[in-house]
Design a protein around this ligand. Structure first.
Ligand SMILES: [Zn+2]
Ligand SMILES: [Zn+2]
Length: 781
């Protein structure tokens, strides 16, 4: 043994994602490797280590902590202090401590690791084909945690006492399952069950194999996963997919698919190296991929789309199910399952068992379920790769509740309530922003409850008691009402599009001023108008509107969003006056003139007709004008089935045109703010229609013209302000064509362009922007 005089003792405190990710066994292993004594324990702030030994060994140990940390661990802060020797004789893993400070981070749910996967298909392993196999490197986390610290007693696994073998693994510091809270085996853990449509149990020796057989026969099954139920069917069976679509009611959105592996996905889609990596990442998002031609997927999986959303299996149950399904389908028939959210149109995803049997009884032929309770609903994440970067459509399972780092501190804890559609909320403390999982559209009671419960859960998990609450300016949003009714005295209202731009600033650690281009469907303006194409000079405190799409009436408000033909008529009337009724184009010929007269009267009397600068509505209007979508002016075919449907379908057509794209004229009227006038553009489009130019070609020209219009507005704003950086955000920037063209135009002009890379550009990212603004305003106050 070393002379006592050469020994030192250090206390090392680590914060970050260090619980439930195998960190203590790792520390234990390293301490033994270097022959050090002391202990490691989890507490509510993270992990505390005390070690003693010779200085050189202590240094090497400390380096190993950061350099060799387990794959799911994330070290945010590591502090070291020298303390008095205690001359311990061993190194031990001590019991967890509770304290009032809760900074320990809960890891997101994580896909099955390679070691567990090997065991899952190993006939000699005691967990062979066990659908709940997991270890400290993988498995459910966020969705089963009820409270902190992250210990089994605080998860929905607490009702499954460990068998002696599982307990031994749980207690063995050198086991991969040491303190793996969801640890289980066929003897002691959760079990699968097959239920009939009415919720009654079906006797089955192998519920997963029976499910696979039913899927192969064309049935629709509800399958309980990590964060909720999926509705599954054979993606190559047109009849089965059509059935699912009919039963889900009014549903036209593309369905996501799950396939066994990358090779299968490559049969349907063109996949870049970046996309392949993302598909295979342990977070397992749905990745939007470009369809290849002649693939065997049913056409009703993604009607009118040239992309497919694909994910790989992430729970052991999925691996087993796809394995069995491939078996039933036989060689040469690709195994692809539709795996769409288990809900009827517009409702949130079902996750509570009893509730699910009622809600999905008219959709699913049977249920593949299990008795491990889901504590928090969590939808799949949806991502696309654009310009070699990730772009989120929805940030949820596999990502939430991992915090985003802020460069600028929240002086007091803040809750930002987010928007109305695709709601997320965000809690901020210090330099961390806990952006919630996807809550959904806050227009029904179920979603509202999930919003309220989610906020309470995050407050508890992360020990945050907000002292400031930030909200949208729209007085009718339920999230706004929640904020205004709350007990938190300090309330900060944030304009919708300012929040979008601030979300980009926060992600990139900027404070501004920056030129912000916020383009989306709907956001409440400071003048009471419906904004949606805003060029602004923004920092984290405030913004100034530099330019916007010239106002047009939005006749019928919500109705004009659902029925885009109204906006087509409005834009034609703006460009031609009443003379538009004489135009010899299909849209005008289809539209019943008396319906326009009703609208014209509403507009003249300003009845439920707010002015709007929404770019989303312009895209809708042009899509219908071109007749590029089935949605038009004919009764029965006038409603969009989901937000942005007409615009998305137009983008899909425009994307097929890749060369010789010209533009359309537009005007920028000098005013404060400047008015972006598209009447010349509408007239030029009408001429092209009259000349018989193909709709795809016109759609491509239209996209390019809008990119030029926005670039021009940025250039003029920059000339006035000398600002050379631009932030792009808002749901319209999910349009890849527009995003890429505008980025290119701006970069050619020497602008530094920033976009959302870690949160969605749509309203799912709004709460982060609200938080950043509220934090800046409290810092200044
Ligand atoms: Zn594992
Ligand atoms: Zn067991």
């Amino acid at each position: 043994m070393e002379a006592v005089s050469t020994l030192r003792r250090r206390r090392i405190l680590i914060q970050g994602i260090v619980q439930g990710v195998g960190f203590r066994p790792f520390v234990y292993g390293q301490a033994h490797h270097y022959g050090l004594r002391g202990f490691v324990l989890n507490d509510s702030t993270g992990v505390t280590i005390e070690v003693e030994g010779p200085v050189t060994d202590l240094d090497a140990f400390q380096r190993a902590l950061t350099e060799k940390a387990p794959p799911l661990a994330r070290i945010d802060v590591l502090t070291v202090e020298q303390i008095s020797l205690r001359l311990d004789t061993t190194f031990v893993i001590a019991h967890s401590q509770s304290s009032s400070e809760r900074l320990a981070l809960i890891s997101p749910d994580t896909s099955t690791c390679a070691d567990c996967l090997r065991e899952l298909f190993d006939p000699t392993d005691r967990r062979y084909r066990y659908p709940f196999i997991n270890c400290t490197n993988c498995g459910p986390r966020f969705t089963i945690v009820q409270s902190v610290p992250y210990d089994r007693a605080n998860t929905t696994m607490s009702v499954f006492p460990l068998c002696p073998e599982c307990q031994a693994e749980y207690d063995d510091p050198l086991s991969r399952r040491f303190h793996a809270q969801p640890n289980a085996c066929p003897v002691c853990g959760p079990q699968m069950q097959l239920l009939a449509r009415d919720g009654s149990p079906v006797t089955s020796a192998d519920p997963i194999a029976d499910t696979a057989r039913r899927l192969a026969d064309g049935q629709v099954l509800a399958v309980k996963g990590l964060g909720g139920y999926h509705l599954a069917c054979d993606a190559c069976n047109e009849e089965a997919v059509g059935q699912l679509r009919r039963r889900k009611r009014r549903e036209a959105r593309p369905f996501a698919l799950m396939v066994p592996d990358l090779e299968t996905a490559q049969q349907f889609c063109t996949i870049s190296a970046d996309e392949a990596q993302l598909l295979q990442s342990y977070r397992r998002p749905i990745v939007l991929l470009e369809q290849s031609s002649n693939y065997p997927i049913a056409s009703s999986v993604a009607p009118a789309h040239n992309t497919l959303g694909i994910m790989l299996p992430y729970a052991p149950l999925h691996y087993l199910l796809l394995h069995a399904f491939s078996h039933y389908m036989g060689q040469g028939h690709p195994a692809a399952l539709v795996m769409t959210s288990g809900n009827a149109s517009d409702e949130p995803i079902a996750y509570r068992d009893e509730d699910t049997y009622t809600r999905l009884a008219t959709i699913a032929d049977a249920f593949l379920t299990h008795n491990r309770t889901i504590h928090m609903r969590c939808d799949d994440t949806v991502i696309r790769v654009a310009a070699q970067e990730e772009q989120f459509f929805r940030r949820s399972r596999g990502y939430a509740p991992e915090p985003l780092s802020l460069s600028h501190e929240c002086l007091v804890p803040i809750l930002a309530c987010g928007g109305h559609l695709k709601n997320t909320f965000c809690l901020g403390k210090g330099k961390q922003a806990f952006l919630s999982h996807h809550i959904g559209d806050l227009d029904n009671l179920e979603t509202l409850i999930s919003f309220r419960e989610g906020i309470e859960h995050y407050k508890d998990l992360f020990g945050i008691t907000p002292q400031v609450i930030a909200h949208d300016l729209h007085p009718e949003y339920l999230a706004t009402k929640y904020a205004l009714d709350s007990d938190i005295p300090c309330k900060i209202g944030v304009q919708h599009h300012h929040a979008h731009i601030a979300s980009v600033l926060a992600e990139h650690g900027l404070v501004g001023p920056i030129i912000g281009v916020a383009a989306d469907g709907t956001g409440y303006g400071t003048d009471g108008a419906v904004w949606g194409c805003e060029v602004m000079i923004a920092d984290l405190q405030d913004f100034q509107r530099a330019a916007h799409l010239a106002y047009v009436p939005l006749p019928g408000g919500e109705q004009a969003i659902r029925q885009p033909w109204r906006m087509t008529a409005v834009y034609l009337a703006q460009a031609y006056g009443d003379a538009f009724l004489e135009l010899d184009i299909p849209f005008v010929q289809q539209m019943e003139q008396r319906r326009w007269h009703t609208l014209a009267q509403m507009i003249a009397r300003s009845l439920n007709t707010p002015p709007t600068s929404s770019l989303g509505r312009l895209f809708d209007a042009v899509a219908v004008l071109l007749g590029i979508t089935e949605i038009g002016a004919l009764p029965g075919r006038e409603n969009q089935l989901y937000e942005g449907q007409a615009a998305i379908e137009m983008e899909m057509h425009a994307a097929t045109i890749t060369s010789d794209i010209t533009s359309y004229p537009f005007e920028l009227h000098v005013a404060s703010p400047a008015q972006l006038d598209v009447a010349p553009l509408i007239r030029a489009i009408v001429q092209d229609i009259q000349r018989g130019i193909p709709a795809s070609q016109i759609a491509a020209k239209f996209h390019y013209a809008i990119a030029q219009l926005l670039a021009e507005a940025c250039i003029q704003t920059s000339e006035r302000t000398q600002i050379r950086s631009v932030a792009l955000s808002g749901g319209v920037f999910q349009n890849r064509l527009l995003l890429e063209q505008l980025t290119l135009l701006l970069e050619k002009q020497g602008f530094q362009v920033y976009t959302n890379r870690r949160v969605p550009p749509n309203d799912g990212g709004l709460s982060l922007g609200q938080l950043a603004i509220a934090a800046a305003r409290t810092r200044q106050a």
